[in-house]
Write a protein that binds this ligand. Sequence first.
Ligand code: HAM
Length: 445
Amino acid sequence: MPAASSFSAFQAPSGTRDVLPPESGQWELLMATFARIAHGANYGLILTPIFEDFGLFHRGIGVATDVVGKEMYELTDKGGRHLALRPEVTASVVRAFVQHRPTLPWKVFYCGPNFRYERPQAGRYRQFYQVGLEALGPDDPVLDVEIIELAWDYFAALGLTRLDLRINSLGDDQCRPAYREMLRAYLAERRSRLCPEHQERLDDNPLRVLDCKKEPCREVVTGAPVQLDTLCGACAQHFGLVRDGLTRAGVAFRVDPRLVRGLDYYTRTTFEISALALNSAQDAIGGGGRYDTLVESLGGPPTPGMGFSSGLERTLLACGAEGIDLDSQGPVPLDVFVVDVAGGSDGADVTRQLRRAGLRADQAFGSRSLKGQFKAADRSGAPLAVVIGPDEVAAGTIGLRRMRTGAGDERQVSVARVDVVARIVEELAQSNTEPVKADEKTMRQ
Ligand code: HAM
């Protein structure tokens, strides 16, 4: 039997991390901000499993991509099913659409963990969180603009300003085969200069070479033909309308004909938003695009789609790099801490009374000393403390004390217990710390 102390040696697996309070308050803020923006445009929350049939990702995202070919967490369950932890959410959303056939247009948003077996480094994790949205139904470029604009609004709402939005069009089934052939011929002529993997796999999917991070491929790709120059009339018109729409919306973008995405399902519009403050290879804080053939390839009726996802960890790094103070916008702090040295149930009763009145209240546990409880009250950040001792219990009162007014400040007033809620609300109003009713949002916006 191992010594008890060796149990504490367990650590979060490589490439994953724990998010504890108060940092988790920043995560809450990001999720609440994203939900507010998504709701504002009529997107409803969707929750899908974090594991799916392996074949969903294999077929939906593409076996030639790194995400599926190299980074998937595959597992076989006790029933012998071949499953995978999801590396992203779009394929799951489309699977859910095909399974449930909701009415169109279908607009959903999500937040949750994803898994990719990548080399862990700053801003790159094996478990990472995304917020995202997907809209199925319209092939209208107005939808492309809506989604890019919502992504932009989300980052702007967080206070991010140093952003680089790049857009591109990858064409469709009409124009992509000819481009693919042109690219294949160009790359085949330079096969010996490509990385060993792509020398071998070039013929399967030449488009994947465009996304290769290795130096030899990157050099060859610099001079390669770009899809944007070979778009068919319909794709060119669609892309023109997207650019016009973004300009009208006041969203600053640049066209990057060399923008390729790491997933195979894209058609037409693709985009990526990088944080200039991050100054690293992991500077993409969000990306997305159209996937007009994905629903069909997963067994549904022909249904266009478009979406966007953003990594929470990277967005937080970007906010930090821009010096944005998310803590002051996060979950509201406590209103009051209850210190109880009477030894009975009065402390718990008053705490309950305060919480039921919509105040944010906490209490000490385990009959700690007065000094210990005041330390806890101080640490809680609450501006007020309710103090209950035997005298207060006998008199039907409580002591009310302002915290953090300076060392040695002992001002404590006696308040009748029946008046405690009204008096605290009054005190909070005076100190400009607005009390929040239980049914109000707990985030400051
Ligand atoms: P993606 O570009 O693979 O697209 O990921 C979107 C975002 O997730 C990235 O911009 C980045 O912020 C974050 N991310 C990706 N991998 C990692 C990682 N290993 N560690 C930390 N953050 C990461 C998608 O996932 C598509 N589903 C986007 C989409 C939605 N397209 C259409 N709809």
